[in-house]
Structures are given as C-alpha cells and as structure tokens.
Ligand binder design. Structure first.
Ligand code: GTP
Length: 596
C-alpha cells in the first residue's frame, strides 16, 4: 500500500474501558472478521485458542476501510496497559501518527490513561476523543466530553460517542481515523529503517517481531541487521496480520507488520531497536531506543528447597518472552537458595511471580521489594545495593535512592488525604490542576522505595477507590537512609533487613518485632526479637518460653477439633525454617514480608 493510503493508530484506554470490545466491532465493521467467526475479544483470545503455529496477539492488525470511494489501510497497534511498561507504550505510540483516546462514558478518565495521553501529545500525535459505552444508563457523555475537551484542548462536540457493545458510532469512528490522522511519511528510496515496537516469543516460530517501517523497504529472504547490537539475521518471513498472519512480498514506508528471523530469545529483537538491511544499512538508528532497566528487586525463593533447579528452569523460560526480567542466584541464611530478580515495577513483579506459580507449579516466597541504592563510602568507592542485607558495613558518605514523578487523579474531595499520604512518604508536591471543578490532577516527586511499599493500596483505601495513579522514573536523590536488621535470639535474619529513612527506622523496628512476636510460635526457651541499626537496638519484643500444652486451649471433648489442630501443627512443622536454634514457620516469613 502506498503511504498516503495508510493510517496508523493506537487506542489509549484504561483497563475495562472497552478497548477489546471496540476493537472487535472495528474488525467486524471492516469485514476483517466475518460475522459467523466473530466471538468476544477476538484478538485477545486468538493466542490462547491456537495450540500450534504463530502466536498472534492484538499487537497490530490491518483493516481495509473505504472513504469517498478510496480504499485505505488502517493499522491498529496495541499498547500494553500498565505503568510498568511505559517504555513499551511509548514505542507503540511512536509507531503511529494518531491515537483514539477511549474513555468509559460512565467512569471518566483515569491517571493511567492520562499518562499515555500526555505521551501521545508530546509526540504531536493527532488525538481523536471517543466516549465509549454510551448505551449504559449510567453514561454521562456531556460531563466527560467536557473533561476530555479540557485535557486535549478541543470542543466537547468533537468527542465521538460510541458503543462497542451495540456498534453505534463505529463507522463514523473509522471515517474520522481516515480523515483526521495524517498519512505516514518516510523516504521510499532511503536504506530501510523499521522500528521494533513489540516482540513475542512463540514456541513454534521463535521470536515474532512487530515493526513499523519508517524508510525504505524490507523484503523476505534478505539479510537484516539490528542496529543496537549489529547482529545479522535472515528474514525468514515478513507479513501483515489481518487478522491471520499473511506472509507478504515486503513492507514499505509506513507499513506495519511482523517479521520472523528464527531467533529464540526476545533479547535479540529488542523493543525500540531499529532494523535495517544488511547490504545497504542505514547510517543512523531511529531515535528513542532504550535498554530495559529493572527498577525494583526482590529475592524469589522456592518454599521447598528441592525446587531450586525447577525455579531456575522456569526463569530461563520466562526470560525468552520478557526482555526486562533479570535474575541471578543468591543465597539467604534464612530462605536458602533462590534468585535476586529485577523488575520494571511492582506489577511486573506480580506478573512474573504469578506466572511462576501458575504456569510452572512452584510455591514461592518473595522478599520485600527493594530499589537500587548507590552507596558512596568515605573512601569514595561506590557500591550498588539491590538487596538490603548486602548493605556495606564501613563508613558511608552518601546514599542515593531513585525517585519517580507521580501523577494522581482523584475527585477533589480527597485532596487532603492524598496530600497527607504523600507527605508521609517523603513526597514533594509540584502542583495541582483541576480538570473539572470536581476532579483534580496532582503532581508529586516521591522516592520509588516509598511507592513499592503499599502506596497504591493506601491511596485506594483513603479515597474509597476513586483515585488512580501513575509514575515514571525521574532520576535519583541523596537521602538519609539506614539499614534496619531484625535479630531472632541474637541472630540476624537477612530476609527481614530493610533500608528505610532514618525517621522511619524506629517505626519499622517496632512494627516488625511486634509482627514477628505474633507470628513465631513459642519455643522451649525465651526468644528475644530485636530490631537494630548497626549495633544499636531500637526495638525489642520477647517470645516467652513454651510452658503449656497446645491442646489445653481445646477444652471440652471435641476430638475432631483436636485432631485438626494436630494436623495443622504437623503441616506447619514441615515448613519450619531454623534460624539459629529458633524454628520459624514459613507462614511467618510470608506474613512478615507482605505489607499490611
Ligand atoms: P482489558 O482487556 O482488561 O484492558 O479491558 P478492555 O479495555 O479491553 O475492556 P473490554 O473490551 O474487555 O470491556 C470491559 C467490560 O466492559 C466488558 O465487560 C465489556 O463487555 C464491557 N463493555 C465494553 N464495551 C461496552 C459498551 O460499549 N457498552 C457496554 N454496556 N459495555 C461494554
């Protein structure tokens, strides 16, 4: 297709605002999927149902659409939906000239949507405001049209009202995409340059890479080069998805499609990288490439120590599909053999942990998430700390911690509570904008470490679930931080060490010692539980020695109840970890390491 007849767009939307449903209607309206083949969330489900062959998700679909007798090619490019993947979102957007801002007409815009909207606006993309779900009785299109108009600087009348459910407004939407979003421009005769905006591992085909051609042309069987590494590959297959993958004779300026080179690991086909032809390579890569950089670290340990090799194998497999995941073996006196893993953020951590448990059947324990600290010693050497228990012991000159720029969107009633929370978490406020009289957008700089610890839950509970937030890295800052150790019977438990602000050390110590006192069963002897900064003890609790029979609590003759209790104890015994001479049940670790 010549570039002037191509339109590349993505959909910016919050989870549940109806992106998949609207995409379904567009596939149907353009005839890409026949009515008899249609089923809900067509694109999302394709990869699950397909047992063999190429795994296609909704990364990029081509749809034909005619306006005034002229046939156009529309490419819908998917964007991942979460803050942790903002770099990937930025690359998907960079592959487009325009975006639909899709907002649920009964909910209004959310912080996540806002962050991606700003990204699109910074890139000078054309934004088409769309209110979805207008069939809902609770829809308030006028109210939210005004909100959207204020944000993007348009008329409320410019907001298109659609329903992904009934299909209302979908043909008009497709017309507007053609009319308002500019055609891609690029140099047809220049050496090929294509930007990778996604790459997915497929068991049968190896890595499937999604690209947007900027200049020149890519043809099947030619040799290509990845510009960040210089690695050479052969283009085994190149094509477009509509909605099945169709191999083609090549992709030209402005076109979007997939390519397959037979590589086995997404790290060899990195998001943001530029693909060029090996025989006539481009001089300069496209702007904006970044290596994925883990921001949050956690130790992941198998609950059953004999699962360690299985955990390693599972991580090796996950890595094929996840270029941002890092891991290296580590040992903990308390938890045994495991891995220190690096993630883009908390959600990424959750996803990986859940996949490890569900897809690989592993029972795991993850230590409290930590960020990267740069510790400068008195002798000017710098130590990078991702695990609190590895905090250097000598004289420290300065500690730097990562900070993030945080955007919070909330009904204005909760401004006070939010300010209080952010202040508690060492936040600096940068301002507040009212998008409408009752909705406010707040900007803060916060230490990342303060966010990884239950910030989101706190925000939700203080605003009855109405606030939403998003953040992006904003460099680092020096901070007055200390390491707090927890000692059981005088022995340090490495898994419980934490790096906290000096002013919060005491509270952390008191909370942890109290929690552990609750969680650790009594032993044959008295066990002191202490929190210490260096050699100075800042909090202490005592677990008194065991005297009474556990079953004494069960007065009365209910034998089944006693048996249950005994069973439960036996179960608990299996999962005991001995720290020094103290037996600590696995549950105590899990409970102590999860925030409350
Ligand atoms: P994720 O895939 O989780 O990101 O969500 P999504 O944004 O793709 O939303 P999805 O299309 O899955 O829709 C979310 C829910 O809203 C589903 O229960 C849909 O049935 C419903 N829904 C989507 N569009 C409409 C609509 O136009 N009207 C009504 N009434 N419901 C809709």
């Amino acid at each position: 297709t010549p570039a002037n007849l191509i339109r590349n767009f993505s959909i910016i939307a919050h989870i549940d605002h109806g992106k998949s449903t609207l995409a379904d209607r567009m596939l149907q309206a353009t005839g890409v999927v026949q009515p008899r083949d249609m089923r809900a969330q067509y694109l999302d489900r394709m990869d699950i149902e397909r047992e063999r062959g190429i795994t296609i998700k909704s990364q990029a679909v081509r749809m034909p659409w005619e306006v005034d007798g002229q046939a156009y090619s529309l490419n819908m490019i998917d964007t991942p939906g979460h803050v942790d993947f903002s770099y990937e979102v930025s690359r998907s957007l960079a592959a487009c000239e325009g975006a639909l801002l899709l907002v649920d007409a009964a909910q209004g815009i959310e912080a996540q949507t806002l962050a991606n909207l700003y990204l699109a606006m910074e890139n000078d993309m054309v934004i088409i405001p769309v209110l979805n779900k207008i069939d809902l009785p609770a829809a308030q299109p006028e109210k939210y049209a005004e909100e959207m108009a204020n944000l993007i600087g348009c008329d409320p009348e410019d907001c298109l009202a659609v329903s992904g459910k009934t299909g209302q407004g979908v043909p008009e939407l497709l017309d507007r995409i053609v009319k308002e979003i500019p055609a891609p421009s690029g140099q047809v005769d220049a050496p090929a340059r294509a930007m990778i905006f996604d790459s997915v591992y497929d068991t049968y085909r190896g890595v499937v890479t999604y690209v947007r051609v900027v200049d020149g042309q890519l043809k099947p069987r030619e040799r290509i080069q990845m510009m960040s590494t210089g690695a050479l590959h052969e283009l085994l297959e190149i094509g477009v998805i509509s909605p099945e993958p169709n191999p083609s004779k090549g992709l030209g300026v402005g076109e979007v499609g997939y390519l397959i080179t037979g590589v086995k690991d997404v790290r060899q086909s990195k998001v943001g990288d530029t693909v060029t032809g090996a025989t006539n390579p481009a001089d300069e890569a496209l702007a904006g490439y970044q290596d994925p950089k883990p921001m949050v670290f956690s130790g992941i340990y198998p609950i059953d120590g004999s699962d360690f090799p299985n955990l390693r194998e599972a991580l090796d497999k996950l890595k094929l599909n996840d270029a941002a995941l890092t891991y290296e073996p580590e040992t903990s006196a308390a938890l045994g053999f495991g891995f220190r893993c690096g993630f883009l953020g908390l959600l990424h951590l959750e996803i990986v942990r859940e996949r490890l448990e569900r897809e690989f059947n592993l029972e795991l324990i993850a230590t409290a998430p930590s960020v990267i600290y740069d510790v400068t010693m008195e002798d000017r050497s710098v130590v990078t700390v991702t695990n609190p228990s590895e905090f250097p012991s000598g004289k420290v000159k300065e500690i730097r911690e990562p900070v993030v720029r945080c955007t919070i969107l909330s009904p204005s009633d909760y401004v006070g509570q939010i300010m209080e929370l952010c202040q508690d978490r060492r936040g600096t406020m940068h301002g507040m904008d009212y998008i409408t009289p009752d909705r406010v957008e707040m900007h803060y700089t916060l230490p990342l470490a303060e966010i990884v610890f239950d910030f989101f839950d706190q925000l939700k509970s203080r605003t009855r679930g109405y606030a939403s937030m998003d953040y992006e890295p904003e460099g680092d800052q020096a901070a007055d931080l200390v390491k707090v150790d927890i000692l059981l019977n005088g022995d340090q438990v490495d898994a419980f060490s934490a790096i906290v602000h000096k002013d919060a050390a005491y509270a952390y110590g008191v909370r942890m010692t109290a929690k552990l006192k609750e969680l650790i069963p009594r032993q044959q002897f008295e066990v002191p539980v202490q929190a210490a900064v260096g050699s100075r003890v800042i909090a202490r609790e005592t677990i008194r020695a065991l005297r009474k029979d556990m079953l004494a609590k069960c007065y009365g003759g209910d034998i089944t109840r006693k048996r249950k209790l005994l069973e439960k104890q036996k179960e608990g015994k299996k999962r005991m970890k001995a720290i020094g001479r103290v037996e600590v049940p696995q549950d105590a670790f899990i409970a102590a390491l999860t925030s409350d």
